[in-house]
Structure formats: C-alpha cells, structure tokens
Ligand binder design. Structure first.
Ligand code: SAM
Ligand code: SF4
Length: 330
C-alpha cells in the first residue's frame, strides 16, 4: 500500500476497545460514555480486518485502546494474529497498555510471540499516579512490569509530559527506567477530545523545555535508532539507556508517517490529527469474501492526508480533534 505522497503503509494500529479501567485526566472525562456494544466489531471481525491489512503489506501491528487487555477474551485475538508471526507474514505484533492486567497476561503474550510492550506510566509517585489516572493503582502496574520482564518482554515506558505534574520527575524516571533496562519515551500532550475540567493549556509542556531541563543532568547524544514510530531517540550517556521524544506539536513528523489507525467499530483513520475516515465495517459485513473490503482499503489509503495540524494556544481552547485518544488509540 502506497499513499499519494509515496509513503509505504506498513504499520497498523488497532484500538480493540474504547473502554478502560483507568480515567487518565488528559485522555478521558471521568463520566465517559462508551460505545454501545452492538457497534463494536467482534474479535473475529477484528482478526479478519487485520488479516486483510497484513495481506496488503502491513508488517507491524499494534493493539491498543482504550485498554486492550480489558477486552473480554482479547487473548483469542492475539493468538489468531500470532499465527501471522509464525508464517512470517507479520514482523511484529505488539501492544500499548496501561499495565494493569499485565501480571495476568505477560507470559501468554510472550508465548504467542509478542516481544515488546509499551506501558504508559506518567509518574513514580503512587498518590500522583492515582490523581492522574483517577482509578489506577501504581503497585498493580509495577507487578505487571515485573511479570513482563520475567516473561522476557522488552518494555518501553511512555510518559505524557505534564506541566506542574511530572515535570520535576524526569531525572528520576530516566534513572529508574534505565536502571531496569527499559526505554523511556516522553510524549507531548495532544489536544484530543473533550476531557472535562482539566484545561489543556495548563497541561501542555513543550518537550523542547523538558529536554533543556534533562540536559542539565545528563549528556544526550542523538541516535538514528527508530522503532517504526515517530519517536526521536537519544542515548543518555550516564545511564547507557535510551530516551525518546514524541513531539507532534513542536516538531511535525508527518513526512515519514507509515501508519493508519483502525477503531473498534471498523473506522479507518488515515491520520491521527485529521477527521477524515473510512468505514470498513460495512464492506467487511457486506460479503464473506474480502473483495469489497479490499476495494474500500485501497480507496482509503488513496485519501491519506499529507499531515496533521494540531495546535494548542490561547486562540484555540477546544480540542483540535474532537474524538478522544482512546478511540483511535494513540
Ligand atoms: N490504555 C493504553 C495506555 O494507556 O497505554 C492504550 C491506549 S492510550 C490512549 C495510548 C497512549 O496515548 C498512552 O500512552 C497515553 O498516555 C496517550 N495519550 C492519551 N491521551 C493523550 C493526549 N491527549 N495526548 C498525548 N498522549 C495521550
Ligand atoms: Fe485508559 Fe490509556 Fe486513556 Fe489512560 S491513557 S484513560 S489508560 S486509554
């Protein structure tokens, strides 16, 4: 699959549910309304859709959400997709998780062929963690990380940089992650979805500032390490570990974008930061053969836009994109 700007689409992210056992303040309102179950694709339908994309050249697949590991029976989907790893059609199957269920599933994921997981964790302070996630328990996530490492999974910790919340903790987080052999990636908060009382402008911390602050404690050497995602990685000389930055707002990374995103209702978003989307549920359900579906995928890829236009400033106080991150899965 090649889009109109010559970019090869080889990476699919799939939000397998919009539901979650946390309510992170930058991601969801506390009283979120979730999709009616009838609108959500079955696990079998999700597998068929993913398989169609793999046949069309997708080599990396990431399951996300909402919280992917709270979807009932989600391991059957992992197992089904794991078969494409065995056949060599798929290079990588991975997930982004809040870690709450990892203690339960880490070994099974490793057995299926998952090699890396991204775990989102914005702070090492239990009280702050509770405030940020509203419902989360840091100890439970820590047990999940232990289980994942015991199972041999490589871990990348994702932390959203939040002004006045975790900006004093970056040094400690770098030492902690690297001490355990985990990468750390800092993410700029993106203006997505109505989230209630937490004002976006107050949360936003440009990572250029975070980097300057971090550079007071550590020597950062630029590297060309890539994981197929938009993060730029530095080596932290003092720890020997890797530190990544994802900066959608201060640095536009669209020119190398190789991905599309599928929601749990079968809607394909060709860009995280744009509203245009293609419905794949109707073509999926239209017939048992994949012909109609394939045509719909081709048409969608032909519409992939050149880039996004996120912006956070005082003239734009509402979200740039009205849907929540939990819909398209980050
Ligand atoms: N529940 C899983 C988790 O938290 O890892 C997967 C889904 S979550 C939507 C994926 C990632 O998006 C998380 O790392 C989360 O921190 C990030 N995220 C959510 N809302 C965001 C926002 N408004 N700006 C930037 N990142 C956001
Ligand atoms: Fe749930 Fe992940 Fe959103 Fe937090 S960031 S509310 S864990 S989907």
């Amino acid at each position: 699959m090649i889009d109109p700007f010559g970019r090869h689409i080889s990476y699919l992210r799939v939000s397998v549910t919009d539901r979650c056992d946390f309510r992170c303040v930058y991601c969801m309102a506390e009283d979120m309304t979730f999709l009616p179950k009838a609108e959500v694709l079955s696990l079998e339908e999700l597998e068929r859709l993913c398989t169609a994309f793999i046949r069309r050249g997708v080599r990396k697949l990431r399951l996300t959400g909402g919280e992917p590991l709270v979807r009932k029976n989600v391991m059957s989907l992992f197992r089904g997709l794991g078969k494409h790893l065995e056949s060599g059609a798929l290079e990588e199957l991975t997930l982004t998780t809040n870690g709450s269920q990892l203690a339960k599933y880490a070994q099974e994921l490793a057995d299926i062929g998952v090699r890396r997981v991204n775990v989102s964790m914005d702070t090492l302070d239990s009280d702050k963690f509770r405030q940020l996630t509203r419902w989360g328990d840091l100890d439970q996530v820590m047990r999940g990380l232990d289980a994942a490492q015991r199972a041999g999974l490589a871990i990348k910790i994702n932390a959203v940089a939040l002004r006045g919340v975790n900006d004093g903790e970056f040094e400690e987080m770098i030492r902690w992650c690297h001490g355990r052999g985990m990468d750390l990636v800092l993410i700029e908060v993106m203006p997505m979805g109505e989230i209630g009382d937490a004002a976006r402008l107050d949360q936003y911390l440009p990572l250029s500032l975070a980097r300057t602050e971090i550079a007071r404690h550590f020597t950062l050497t630029e590297t060309d390490y890539r994981t197929g995602g938009p993060a730029r990685y530095f080596k932290v000389e003092e720890t020997g570990g890797r530190l990544g930055f994802i900066t959608p707002l201060t640095h536009n990374f669209c020119e190398s974008c190789n991905r599309v995103r599928l929601t749990c209702t079968g809607t394909l978003y060709m860009c995280l930061g744009q509203e245009d989307a293609a419905d794949l549920r109707a073509p999926l359900r239209a017939s048992e053969s994949d012909e109609v579906l394939d045509r719909a995928i081709t048409e969608a890829i032909a519409r992939k836009p050149k880039g996004h236009d996120f912006i956070i400033d005082r003239r734009h106080s509402g979200p740039a994109v009205p849907r929540h991150m939990s819909v398209t899965g980050g």
